[in-house]
Structure formats: structure tokens, C-alpha cells
Design a protein around this ligand. Structure first.
Ligand code: NDP
Length: 476
């Protein structure tokens, strides 16, 4: 086997990272009304990257007011004019994509190959896509003159910081809303850099506001009586808390929560392609993916063959420096997430499942977890039921398509699923039976701004992306 020479991307490409950061409110970078500051670290080294403000209720109040003041003029602009700003933002994102990709990798821990080739192209594509809708809303089938909802409060997680921002902000702005967005406390840097891009694009003040902070800031923002719409992506637990707070109010809510997707491999599937899909399904982005294919369902007759190929392929995964262009699996985003992954993996072993990881040397500092697979898993094991949100795959078997459907649907979640078979009729039959918002056939983790994304059951409600994604921000 060839040795890989290091292929490091330049850290300097991320540009200057300010050591201390405030919020972005009313088009200005402003300090917090409170004194508390949080730190964000590079999860691959634990080095502190920057301090940022813990948003207070007063900061949230200021941001909501700025968004409210901006709403009238912004929503009154002709759609084509709003579209021009979004096209401009999309082009600037493309121009600054290397800088943003490096910054995202440093703050999040994900490999540069993914931020460069997946996250950033999708971020730009979302802004281009919704820019195109801005002057065509009357053709979106939501009535002849659809109106925006008003001020949107948007709370996003740390797994795709800039991409989740794009999923939230692009459709909101295209439809004439203004926003206050709170990034996750472990990954605030690209949202603050995006605020600079809003200024560069000349976006009117107050249309986009960014308030940083932890869950307390998120709670203050989503409970604020001055917002008309809340859009949340994150854990089912926090999603439930927000739904409880908003019950009985007029605030609209869309939730994109967790998942425990089944990736189903039939005996007629091309094994090599399926193995690539399994690897992409669970090891992409360290498995920090709500729609990750974390439960592999393999038809019993090909179980041994698939597992042998999968283990051989896993042994070639390169875990390490996120800025090395050869890296496949980067760092776990935070110490807390690493602890959660370890706890669930240990529970899998304690409950009797068989654990396997390839031999791989993990760096001595930072947060790391080797790609792991559990076999002999039963449907009652915690590793088969709970969202691990890490590079951990649980393998179950089935004999018939009916059993595959029953096992795939045996989860409180319903975000995504994958089917690997050469029979088109079986794909269609399975897709109609699976209770999942997205069903991929002979592929996995494919995203496109034109296609709606969202869940059933405890995976949430509402759709993001595509024409359907406009509905969440229109008063229909
Ligand atoms: P959270 O749901 O806590 O975080 C998501 C966002 O919500 C963050 O911006 C967070 O802020 C904010 N938040 C936290 N508490 C509140 C609150 N009470 N009201 C409003 N907003 C709040 O996810 P975690 O980061 O704690 O991850 C825990 C687990 O959740 C993971 O192990 C994974 O299983 C799941 N998860 C699922 C995601 C998905 O895409 N479906 C994404 C992230 C996590 P802050 O980051 O500052 O706490």
C-alpha cells in the first residue's frame, strides 16, 4: 500500500479570527449587554480559537427589534430586488469559499474535503436557488400574492453550521421575512463571517441579525413574543421544549430533529457500491448527521459478504487532521459529544453487541473516535434505538422485504432511509412503505436545494428546501 504524504490546507486561508466577538445586530457588530463570554475551540487540537458573547435577553430584544424595524421596507421590496441581494450573497460565498471552508473545518472539526466539496457548494447553491424564487412566489402554488410571516427566529446546530444557516436564511429572505439567527455555541465563527458577507453585499440593516450564545440565548430567542416564526434544527429534546413553549401562541414553528435511519441492503445489490454508500451514510461528517444511515439492515444471505467488504473498506479510512486533504474522518465536534458517543458505544458492548474498529492511531490531543461497527445487534439495544450522532454503525439483518420495512420503521424517528437493490419495482414498493421524509435509492446522503427535507414522527415537522421550503416562511 502507498503511504500518503501530508497534504495540508493552509490555516491562513481562514483569514483573521478576531479574539473577541460580539453580535451582529441592525447591520453592525455590537457588544453584548452582559459580561459573560464563551470560548470556541478547534476540536482537533483543543486550542481556543476565539471568545464570543453570551447573548442576554436584552441582546435578543435588541436583535428582534432590529429585525422588526427592517421587516416593513424589506418585505415591501419587489421580489426581483430581494433576489438581487441573495444572488450577490451567493456569489460572494463562492468567491470566499476557500476562506469559509477552512474556517468551518477549524471550528467544527470536519475534514476540509467535505467543507470544500460538499458544505460550501451547497451553501452557495441554496442562496442561488432561493434567489431565483424571490420574484416568482406567485407561481409557487401558495396563492396569487403570498405574504411573508414576519420576523423569524432561527436556531441551528453545530454539525453543518454554515449549511444550516443557508437552509434557514435563504428561504426566509427570499419570501420577504427578516431573521434573528443563533448559531451553536461550539461553532459560531462562520455565522459571524457570514454577517460580514451581508455587509459586503449591502444587505439592508436589520434584515439578518446574528446573536451568539448557548442554549439560554436560544431559549430566550425562541420564546420571544416579538417573533412570528421559529425554525429549529437540533435535538428532539430541545425541539420538544420549544414546542411546549410555543403551544397556544400564534408563533409558527418548524422542527428538524434527530434520526436513526435504516440503510437497507438487499442480496441483489452491487456490494461494492453498497459498501461505499454505507461508509458515506455513517462516516461522512463523523456521523454528526441527523439523516445518517446509522442502522444498517442487511439481507441475511449476504451479511457475511457485506461485512467483510465493509471492514476492509473501513480499514482504509483516514482519521486525523481536518485540514489534511487526505482526511476522511475528522474530529468529534466537542468533548460533550465525544462523551455521549463513548457512553452509547459502551452501552452497546455491555448489552452484548459485538464491537469492531479498524486499527487506527488517533491524535493525542483533541476529540477523536475511531470508526466503529456493531454486529449481533438486536432491535432493543440502545445502539439500535438512540441517535448516537457519531461514527458508529449498528448492523441488523432481515430475510424478506416485509421484515426489512417493519424493522426500518421500528424507531421513534422518521427522517431518512436508503435502499440498495437492482429491482426498481422493489425500490418503489419499499419507498411507499417506509415512514421517512427522504428515501434514497442506491445512494445515500445526497442533498440538493431543490428537494424538500424533513421528518415524520419525532424527527419533526415542516420541510426545508425546494418549493416546499417556501411554505414555512409564507403566511399561507
Ligand atoms: P441541541 O438541540 O441542544 O442544540 C441545537 C441548538 O439549539 C443549538 O444552537 C443550541 O445551543 C440550541 N439550544 C439548546 N438548548 C436550547 C433551548 N432550551 N432553547 C432553544 N435553543 C436551545 O443539541 P446538542 O448540541 O446538545 O446535541 C445533543 C444531541 O442532539 C446530539 O447528540 C444529537 O443526537 C442531537 N442533535 C441532532 C441534530 C440534528 O441535526 N438533528 C443536530 C445537533 C444535535 P447550544 O449549542 O449553545 O447548546
Amino acid at each position: 500500500m502507498f503511504e500518503y504524504a501530508p497534504a495540508p490546507e493552509s490555516r491562513a486561508a481562514a483569514g483573521e479570527i478576531a479574539s473577541s466577538n460580539g453580535h451582529f445586530i441592525g447591520g453592525e457588530f455590537v457588544g453584548s449587554s452582559g459580561k459573560e463570554a464563551l470560548k470556541t475551540v478547534d476540536p482537533s487540537t483543543e486550542e481556543v480559537l476565539a471568545e464570543f458573547a453570551q447573548g442576554t435577553e436584552e441582546d435578543v430584544e435588541r436583535a428582534v427589534k432590529a429585525a422588526r424595524d427592517a421587516f416593513g421596507p424589506w418585505s415591501a421590496l419587489p421580489g426581483a430586488e430581494r433576489g438581487k441581494y441573495l444572488f450577490r450573497i451567493a456569489r460572494i460565498i463562492q468567491e470566499r469559499s476557500r476562506e469559509l471552508a477552512v474556517l468551518e473545518s477549524i471550528d467544527n472539526g470536519k475534514p476540509i474535503r467535505e467543507t470544500r466539496d460538499v458544505d460550501l457548494p451547497l451553501v452557495a447553491a441554496h442562496f442561488f436557488y432561493y434567489a431565483g424564487w424571490a420574484d416568482k412566489l406567485e407561481f409557487a402554488s401558495y396563492g396569487p400574492d403570498p405574504k411573508p410571516v414576519g420576523v423569524a427566529a432561527q436556531v441551528i446546530p453545530w454539525n453543518f453550521p454554515l449549511l444550516m444557516l443557508a437552509w434557514k436564511i435563504a428561504p426566509a429572505l427570499a419570501t420577504g421575512n427578516t431573521v434573528v439567527l443563533k448559531p451553536a455555541e461550539t461553532t459560531p465563527l462562520t455565522a459571524l463571517r457570514f454577517a460580514e458577507i451581508c455587509r459586503q453585499a449591502g444587505l439592508p440593516k436589520g434584515v439578518v441579525n446574528i446573536v451568539t450564545g448557548d442554549g439560554r440565548t436560544g431559549a430566550a430567542l425562541t420564546a420571544h413574543p416579538g417573533v412570528d416564526k421559529v425554525a429549529f434544527t437540533g435535538s428532539t429534546e430541545v425541539g420538544r421544549a420549544i414546542a411546549r413553549t410555543l403551544a397556544g401562541t400564534r408563533t409558527r414553528l418548524s422542527l428538524e430533529l434527530g434520526g436513526k435511519a435504516a440503510n437497507i441492503v438487499f442480496d441483489d445489490a452491487p456490494v461494492d457500491q453498497a459498501v461505499e454508500g454505507i461508509v458515506d451514510g455513517i462516516f461522512f461528517n463523523q456521523g454528526h448527521v441527523c439523516c445518517a444511515g446509522s442502522r444498517l439492515l442487511v439481507q441475511e444471505s449476504v451479511h457475511d459478504e457485506v461485512m467483510e467488504s465493509l471492514k476492509r473498506r473501513m480499514a482504509t479510512l483516514r482519521v486525523g487532521d481536518p485540514l489534511d486533504k487526505n482526511t476522511d474522518v475528522g474530529a468529534i465536534n466537542s468533548a460533550a459529544q465525544l462523551a455521549r458517543i463513548r457512553e452509547l458505544a459502551d452501552a452497546g458492548e455491555a448489552e452484548g453487541a459485538e464491537r469492531w474498529s479498524p486499527a487506527c492511531e488517533l491524535p493525542s490531543s483533541g476529540y477523536w473516535f475511531a470508526p466503529t461497527v456493531f454486529t449481533n445487534v438486536s432491535a432493543t439495544h440502545r445502539v439500535a434505538r438512540e441517535e448516537i450522532f457519531g461514527p458508529v454503525l449498528s448492523v441488523l439483518t432481515f430475510r424478506t422485504p416485509e421484515e426489512a420495512v417493519a424493522k426500518a420503521n421500528n424507531t421513534p424517528y422518521g427522517l431518512s432511509a436508503g435502499i440498495w437493490t437492482e429491482k426498481g419495482s422493489r425500490i418503489l414498493w419499499m419507498a411507499s412503505k417506509l415512514r421517512a421524509g427522504v428515501v434514497w435509492s442506491n445512494t445515500f446522503n445526497k442533498f440538493d436545494p431543490t428537494s424538500p427535507f424533513g421528518g415524520y414522527k419525532e424527527s419533526g415537522y415542516g420541510r426545508e428546501g425546494g418549493r416546499h421550503g417556501l411554505e414555512a416562511y409564507l403566511d399561507v
